[in-house]
Design a protein around this ligand. Structure first.
Ligand code: HEM
Length: 503
């Protein structure tokens, strides 16, 4: 690093200390900020609380400071709410005030400064994008058009596993194959395309770039440059890699998928069936959205739809392996309601309350997005009697709302029965603020309409076709968690033994 840069950084640090002291004195007088650890100049609470602000660490802080607390992370304000009442306030009552998203230096790159839908501010652009995406992706018509494809994809997984001898003896890492299945489920909706196998070169490329994008965005590695802008020059290398991954990824979407649909739409031999991209391209043709917006819609679906549903399936599989009682009860329901060996399909789901309860319990205990996607208030706001400075990042600890023993009976237990007994009125759509796996209100997950049936069909088919067991010599599989900026997945992709069931 050159000397000039060091000098600049030191001078900026000094000025920042002076400014931070002055601002905090002024603030202290005028505002009633939420409680929290006492910040130090420049770094705020960052050195005290560290980088890994996962749902469990934030729960520990909530136990200390209360259901609403404030962390100063360098120059950024982070407000964390941890009760159903405050979640309701943020997501519903003051849904407009808190309906924006914070981005950060890395998300700015991956979303082209908010040209997408998931990370854009609450306003006209978001409304337009959400409207344009609804018909192609988020209606029951899409579910009815696509359900046969989802059923076909999972039956191919079942067949392949049955034809893999070691699956029933030493076991296999099923996750890899489930990932391909989830890509196929979503790429069939988006582009009417599927990948033949794990070795398909396009799938290999796509998976690698999406994996890189997730890793770079969810990492805590770049926090310092995001929290303390004067340290940003040190982040140059990291941001350059992000830029490069973004460009290669968007180019891949364009060259291999979008352009194909553009050509098909222009040709006289129309396919008859309209995939989601055809609707999106029509909106572009009408001038409602730009070519870039189209690219970022594809980017959003790759991130929001595939990973979340895959992680939840993987958690579901792990819980079924580790809870043979639940697995047997589920198999019994499937065998008796449908008939032994009759494969579960989407219309059957309403007749299968225990399967639905299993899905809900997986989403409660192992919430894929435990802090929701960060919200933000564009203007100064009030929350729980406190002042919330404009542009604060607001996290809702939805995982704690759904796992707090003050609200749930033995929440650490994986017990689907709770959703048929004491919590039988609780749905995943946000009808109860203790349970928000998909959020609720304006920025809630529109993909819930697809995610719930995909999860139920997948877990149902696996349970009805196989005894799901840990590998020989193990009584359970590892369920250590790994959290990111706002994601929660299983750390190790375990080997699972799948013994075909005979009827
Ligand atoms: C088990 C699977 C899934 C889970 C747990 C999940 C969860 C969530 C959560 C918690 C949010 C943020 C809510 C908030 O900030 O208040 C969200 C947003 C979103 N999800 Fe999902 N999701 C899943 C699947 C999907 C699927 C399959 C799609 C698309 C096909 C999708 C598309 C989106 C989009 C576009 C948003 C942004 C909404 C906005 O900002 O207006 N999700 N999801």
């Amino acid at each position: 690093m050159d000397l000039l840069l060091v000098e600049k950084v030191l001078l900026s640090l000094f000025l920042a200390v002076v400014a931070a002291i002055a601002i905090s004195k002024l603030r202290g007088k005028r505002f009633k900020l939420p409680p929290g650890p006492i910040p130090v100049p420049v770094f705020g609470n960052w050195l005290q609380v560290g980088d890994d602000l996962n749902h469990r660490n934030l729960t520990d802080l909530a136990k200390k400071f209360g259901d609403i607390f404030l962390l100063r992370m360098g120059q950024r304000n982070l407000v964390v709410v941890s009760s159903p009442e405050l979640a309701k306030e943020v997501l519903q009552t003051q849904g407009v005030e808190f309906g924006s998203r914070t981005r950060n230096v890395v998300f700015d790159i991956f979303t082209g400064q908010g040209q997408d839908m998931v990370f854009t501010l609450y306003g006209e652009h978001w409304r337009k994008m959400r409207r344009i995406m609804t018909v192609p992706f988020f209606t029951n018509k899409v579910v009815q058009q696509q359900r046969a494809a989802w059923e076909e994809e999972v039956s191919l997984v079942v067949e392949e596993v049955k034809n893999t001898p070691e699956a029933s003896t030493t076991g296999i890492v099923l996750r890899k194959r489930l990932e391909l299945m989830m890509y196929n489920n979503m790429y069939r909706i988006m582009f009417n395309r599927r990948f033949e196998s794990l070795d398909d070169p396009l799938f290999v490329k796509l998976r690698a770039l999406n994996g890189e994008r997730s890793r770079l965005a969810q990492s805590f590695e770049y926090n310092y440059g995001d929290f303390i802008p004067i340290l940003r020059p040190f982040l140059r290398g990291y941001l350059k890699i992000c830029e490069d991954v973004k460009n290669r990824r968007l180019q891949l979407f364009k060259d291999y998928f979008i352009d194909e649909r553009v050509k098909k739409l222009g040709s006289t031999k129309a396919e008859g069936f309209k995939c989601a991209m055809d609707h999106i391209l029509e909106a572009e043709k009408k001038g409602e959205i730009s070519e870039n917006n189209v690219l970022y819609i594809v980017e959003n679906i790759n991130v929001a739809a595939i990973g979340t549903t895959l992680w939840s399936t993987e958690w579901g599989l792990a819980e079924l392996v580790n809870h043979p009682r639940v697995q047997k009860k589920l198999q019994h329901e499937l065998d008796t309601v449908l008939g032994p060996g009759v494969q579960v399909t989407e219309p059957d789901l309403q007749k299968l309350p225990y399967l639905q309860a299993v899905v809900k319990e997986v989403l409660r205990l192992r919430m894929a997005i435990p802090l929701l996607v960060p919200h933000m208030n564009l203007n100064h706001a009030k929350l729980g009697g406190y002042d919330i400075p404009a542009e604060s990042k607001v996290l809702v600890n939805a995982w704690w709302c759904a796992n707090n023993p003050a609200h749930w009976k033995n929440p650490e237990e994986f017990r689907p029965e709770r959703f048929l007994e004491e919590e039988s009125k609780v749905e995943a759509n946000g009808n109860d603020f203790r349970y928000l796996p998909f959020g609720v209100g304006r920025r809630s997950c529109p993909g819930i309409i697809l995610a719930l049936p995909v999860l139920a069909i997948t877990l149902g088919r696996l349970a009805q076709n196989f005894e799901l067991c840990p590998p020989p010599g193990q009584s359970k599989i590892d369920t250590t968690e790994k959290g990111g900026q706002f994601s929660l997945f299983i750390l190790n992709h375990s080997t699972v033994v799948l013994k075909p069931r005979s009827f």
